[in-house]
Ligand binder design. Structure first.
Ligand SMILES: *Cc1c(COP(=O)(O)O)cnc(C)c1O
Length: 513
């Protein structure tokens, strides 16, 4: 493998320039800012000279002359930018730039080589999640079970009966592929799936409450990531929000007093990503349903995560509301995400009474938030795993990671630590320590999940520098930084990640691979 720019630079000049900064401080040179910067800017090699190097000649064999010159010019511009923006030569970016300058025109040509390689690399790519956040929203939330991924590949590469009833030869519905599974798993009469849960909530409110009032407790007016706020979704749907109660307490009488002839439904929203603790009150799902039905209204619940298994407490977690429990309590329409605790693809799942679901299905907005066939394939296969809950716990990665026994995590942390010590030698101190993982993705918010971590301190490098190098590497590795230590949680590592992680850390610590 060709060394990446990162590793090339790290090998060459980092440590000397760190020492330069320390040296200047010890000899009492304080205001060196202008001086070091001006000197460094003057040392940026000319593109014409870099073009003469062997590295540039090799590049010209692979890319057009124009692209090589452009890449060299871009490299020079990046160096200038990094140096100009830096407040001190010890900043990571300035440090990297100074390291390139130490290698002259060859350094610039190597930077251009890296720019050209990167330009061919896909933008969306695999990363290694060492953070221990299982449903990491920025890292793609849930991973698909192998069986689900295989189904996606199969359906993607062949024609399918997406909207054809093979028995009758007539036009069919794409929803049938998951509807009966969802009904079986939740006890609901009918089900519909859309692009994500945000779309599900918007669609449900549009179809059932447009131009009318929706009553929600002030304790449930949530915002989740990506600017999904209940009040905003409500106004988009054309329904009018009627807030009741207070942040910490909402009583049955608050709902009762808010109901008017304009009211369409009572909405309950699961406080996915926060908890209100202390002096609190909320009415139960059963009470909300009873009140709604007494007044001839619908009860709707946005469950957020929406779990399909009952065993969370067996693994030491607080019970999350399951979709089946909501349906059983009589909620008319329940919505939840496909890629949170369920552990499937991004999707919004709507289950409930036949009449309500039918009305939602026919709403024109449903076409705009339609689920695609690859998602359907992944969702169907994931739901099939749930027909045997034990199989779901064993094969759905989200559940698997959340249910890893602590002993197993310790064994994995020790194995990783051994591998890292072997790869890094004197370059880092590596230990195994206790810590905690997180469910993430706005699920199980207040829960610290006990785990074992690998804690690492690299010789001569701050933890945030190691973090940055790992993140910018290929494959990128995401870690946590705490008390100037790099922390790696084996809970979210996949088989095979350990070897790549060791290579990435070796490169980050300036060792050749
Ligand atoms: C996560 C969440 C949503 C949005 O779900 P997406 O699938 O991310 O669109 C809506 N409501 C609640 C309560 C949530 O937790």
């Amino acid at each position: 493998m060709a060394p990446s720019l990162g590793s090339a630079i790290m090998d060459k000049g980092l440590r000397p320039s760190v020492r330069l900064g320390a040296f200047l401080r010890t000899v009492g040179v304080r205001d060196v800012d202008g001086a070091w910067k001006q000197a460094a800017l003057r040392r940026i090699p000319a593109v014409a000279r870099a073009l003469q190097t062997e590295t540039a000649r090799v590049l010209q064999g692979r890319y057009s002359a124009g692209r090589v010159s452009d890449a060299l010019a871009q490299a020079a511009a990046e160096l200038r930018q990094a140096l100009t923006a830096a407040a001190s030569p010890e900043e990571e970016a300035a440090n990297r730039a100074l390291a390139v300058l130490n290698t002259g025109p060859v350094g610039l040509a190597e930077m251009a080589a890296d720019i050209l390689t990167r330009s061919l690399r896909p933008s969306l790519r695999r990363v290694i999640n060492g953070t221990g956040v299982v449903l990491h929203t920025n890292l793609g939330r849930s991973l698909l079970a192998p069986a689900a991924a295989r189904r996606v590949a199969e359906i993607a590469q062949s024609y399918s009966n997406l909207e054809l009833d093979l028995e009758t030869g007539e036009r069919g519905s794409r929803y049938v592929h998951v509807e009966s599974l969802l009904c079986r798993l939740t006890g609901a009469e009918a089900a519909l799936v859309v692009n994500n849960n945000a779309a599900a909530v918007l669609l449900v409110l549009s179809a059932l409450a447009r131009g009318r009032e929706v009553v929600v407790s002030r304790g449930e007016l949530i915002e989740i990531g990506g600017s999904f706020r209940i009040p905003d979704v409500m106004s988009q749907s054309g329904a009018r929000l009627v807030e009741v109660g207070t942040t910490n307490k909402t009583h049955q009488r608050d709902y009762e007093q808010a109901i008017t002839p304009e009211t369409a439904l009572l909405l309950k929203v699961h406080s996915s990503n926060y908890r209100i603790l202390g002096f609190t009150a909320a009415i139960s799902r059963e009470e909300l349903v009873q009140l709604a039905h007494q007044r001839g209204l619908l009860a709707v619940e946005d469950l957020g995560s929406g779990v399909l298994v009952d065993e969370l407490p067996t693994y030491g977690y607080e019970a999350e509301p399951t979709a089946a429990a909501s349906v059983k309590a009589g909620v008319d329409v329940v919505t939840f995400s496909g890629d949170k605790l369920l552990g499937g693809p991004q999707a919004g799942i709507i289950v409930g009474s036949r009449q309500a679901v039918e009305k939602i299905r026919r709403h024109p907005l449903n076409r705009a938030v339609r689920i695609d066939k690859l998602t359907l394939a992944a969702l169907e296969e994931t739901l099939r795993l749930y027909l045997d809950p034990q199989r779901a716990w064993a094969e759905v990665p989200t559940l698997q990671m959340l249910s890893l026994p602590k002993d197993e995590l310790r064994r994995r942390a020790r194995g990783l630590a051994r591998r890292l010590r072997a790869a890094l030698g004197q370059e880092a101190r590596v230990e195994v320590v206790e810590g905690s993982s997180q469910a993430g993705g706005g699920s199980l918010p207040a829960v610290e999940i006990p785990t074992w971590l690998v804690a690492l301190q690299a010789e001569g490098l701050a933890a945030h520098q190691v973090e940055e190098r790992l993140r910018r590497g290929d494959p990128a590795v995401l870690v946590r930084v705490q008390h100037d230590q790099v922390l790696i949680d084996p809970r979210t590592l996949l088989p095979g990640d350990d070897a790549d992680l060791a290579a990435a850390l070796a490169a980050a610590c300036g060792l050749s691979e």
